[in-house]
Ligand binder design. Structure first.
Ligand SMILES: [Zn+2]
Length: 410
């Protein structure tokens, strides 16, 4: 189904490598395991309404049949992502609410389109989900009336809409499921798909999606290594039904230096295998349980958890880990130029009331350079010579607030 849709619409794009290229996206399906969570005391509930410090705007469009109480719960989930993701480009989400014919199927979600060959992508031949592509590119790529992420919620599941109290033991927490589904739409998904009973394929149009690049099966064999795996093939199927890991450096760091086990059941599960964390490793009630393939009755996960954030960071999402900071951040107002920068950029300071310092961070959160701007009033020159090309985040604290901007170094 995913491939059928993909190929039907793939006629619309051409092989122009200088301009960015788009193609239709696809969905991941997510289920309940029917179990009831027994130990919820250990679930960290970090967020309470009104305390979240939003960075990335999320624009949610609800279809008419979404109940009002459900809307609040889905907004709550979007606010949590918004507090971690550091992008100026709004993430537009369409949410539909309908009978999926099976109450154990909770929801499905995915990027509405995928893009490649835009400025900032690691390779012209790698696909990115549109929301991530736009965050890296720094501007909208699709039409502004077009969704970036589509979420379909099953209307017949036994939902809990409340985001404050504990989840009743016979109900499924909608905020948890919405947080999970948005995670898929933001890029937590592989292109691996079933092609027959004995083979699976990877990639679309002979090109991988960014998440695929980090897939590894022991001993250290990358699924995107064409000398080891052809697509579609039996070897590829064997690799995704044994032990499969996510090997990105940020995810591994957040997993204490270990590769991150992904969901790779003995029978390939179309639309679920590979695109989730391993359920047995990341059990219900633990910090990293959000992106496991199923959720239990009474389970609440109100934070992506460090491993999922590490995965998104590996994919290229500009992130802020320390969301406990109360300092409001004003993104994208400074008007840095030129951007991308080659040897230096101009940092206008007119908006900054009390300039003191400007700090440049790499995508992994490391500080790479800082400049004293306490004597400048109008503008400062920030030198970037010697820095590796890529995307950086600039912070300019200003009293009890801070300005931030993304800077591309060429
Ligand atoms: Zn899922």
């Amino acid at each position: 189904m995913r491939n059928a849709l993909f190929f039907a619409l793939s006629l619309f794009y051409c092989l122009n490598l200088t301009a960015q290229t788009g193609a239709p996206g696809y969905d991941i399906t997510c289920w309940t395991n029917g179990n009831t969570a027994s130990d919820l005391e250990s679930v960290p509930v970090k967020f309470a309404r009104g305390k979240v410090n939003a960075l990335t705007p999320f624009e949610l469009t609800f279809s008419e049949n979404v109940p009002e109480a459900a809307e609040a719960s889905i907004r709550f989930a979007a606010d949590i992502w918004s507090s971690y993701l550091q992008s100026n480009v709004p993430v537009r989400v369409n949410i539909d609410w309908r009978d999926q014919g099976d109450e154990n199927l909770l929801a499905s979600a995915g990027p509405s389109t995928i893009y490649r060959a835009f400025a900032g992508s690691i390779d012209n031949d790698v696909w990115y989900p549109v929301a991530l592509a736009e965050a890296i590119f720094g501007e909208d790529l699709n039409d502004t009336d077009e969704a970036d992420i589509n979420v379909v919620v099953n209307s017949t599941a036994n939902w809990n809409f409340d985001t404050e109290g504990t989840v009743p033991r016979n109900r499924i927490d909608l905020a948890t499921v919405a947080l999970h589904e948005l995670g898929h739409g933001l890029g937590f998904l592989s292109s691996i798909d079933s092609t027959s009973d004995t083979t699976v394929s990877i990639g679309f149009d002979d090109r991988f999606i960014i998440y695929d690049l980090f897939l590894e099966t022991p001993p250290g064999r990358s699924l995107t290594d064409s000398t080891l795996f052809t697509s579609p093939s039996k070897e590829l199927l064997a690799a995704v039904i044994e032990r499969l890991d996510f090997a990105g450096e940020n995810a591994v760091r957040e997993n204490g230096g270990e590769l991150v086990p992904l969901f790779a059941p003995q029978t390939f599960d179309v639309g679920s295998s590979v695109s989730h964390l391993d359920e047995r490793t990341f059990r219900t009630g633990t910090t990293n349980a959000l992106m496991t393939p199923s959720i239990a009755n009474g389970e609440a996960v109100r934070d992506p958890g460090p491993i999922t954030l590490g995965i998104l960071e590996d994919l290229g999402w500009p992130l802020r880990y320390d969301i406990s900071a109360t300092q409001p951040v004003i993104a994208g107002r400074l008007g840095i130029y030129p951007n991308p920068a080659r040897s230096s950029f101009t940092l206008p300071l007119e908006e900054v009331l009390s300039p003191s310092v400007a700090v440049l961070y790499a995508m992994d959160g490391r500080e790479v350079r800082r400049l004293d701007v306490s004597r400048q009033r109008v503008a400062a020159q920030f030198d970037v010579t010697g820095l590796p090309p890529g995307l950086y985040t600039l912070y300019v604290p200003d009293g009890n607030r801070a300005f931030s901007a993304r800077v591309m170094v060429r």
